[in-house]
Design a protein around this ligand. Structure first.
Ligand code: NSP
Length: 223
């Protein structure tokens, strides 16, 4: 998946970290159905909290935006996280006897705190591009994983997870976020962004967020 012009450049610059994220043992367990149910539920509870904080980070992006189009795109992503993606978490956990109030009150795992607060700090201490570079692995990585698993999945009890991220709604969000990032890069860094002195730091932010994704899967797998 390309999701625009900038994402493939950041992904390539992240090197092995991208492979470690998108081919993690947790992901392969979703694909072939070998992921233990307890690990999946532990991950889902933490991921609900993750989405709460990620929504806050996208809301911060609304305040850091420079144009109405950027504001609208960020606000649309907040809406998609809170009202579409989270439905999977709420419905799956409810079926296992875990009500949404328990999800909201759950204790955050250190890996969850590390990742979400890293992204929020990128937005608070940096500008819109710093925040986009830290947010991109989350949105676009799951889009890429969902697409691959939808075409390669064995019979798996995690088909609803795969469908959430391979589905048209989530893929539309990925396309829109890719376009948002491309437009924001051109607006601030011009048409040859790799020549900008800011480029290495944006790549580093993307890679750090990718490594925090790897740790998040590890938390799901091992607790
Ligand atoms: C940890 C994590 N990263 C990404 C996504 C996809 N929005 C997610 N739900 N959770």
């Amino acid at each position: 998946m390309s999701y625009g012009a900038t994402f493939p450049l950041w992904r390539e610059a992240a090197g092995d970290a991208w492979h470690d994220y998108t081919r993690h043992a947790f992901v392969e367990g979703l694909r072939d159905g070998t992921l233990p149910r307890a690990a999946y539920l532990r991950y889902l509870v933490q991921d609900y909290l993750f989405l709460v904080h990620f929504s806050r980070a996208w809301a911060l992006a609304v305040t850091k935006a420079e144009t109405l189009d950027e504001m609208r795109a960020c606000a649309a992503t907040v809406h998609a996280l809170l009202n579409d993606e989270m439905r999977l978490h709420v419905a799956t956990c409810a079926a296992e006897g875990i009500p949404e109030a328990d999800l909201f009150a759950a204790r955050e795992a250190p890996q969850n705190i590390a990742y979400t607060r890293y992204v929020l700090d990128a937005g608070h201490s940096g500008d819109f591009l710093d925040l986009m570079a830290a947010l991109a692995p989350c949105v676009l990585g799951y889009g890429e994983i969902g697409t691959r698993l939808a075409s390669a999945a064995d019979r798996t009890p995690y088909a609803d997870w795969i469908e959430t991220y391979a589905g048209a709604d989530y893929q539309k969000t990925c396309d829109e976020v890719g376009a948002l990032i491309d437009g924001a890069i051109t607006r601030r860094l011009g048409t040859t962004p790799r020549d900008s002195p800011r480029w290495p730091r944006l790549c580093a932010r993307f890679e750090t967020a990718t490594r925090l994704e790897v740790d998040f899967w590890g938390m799901g797998l091992r607790g």
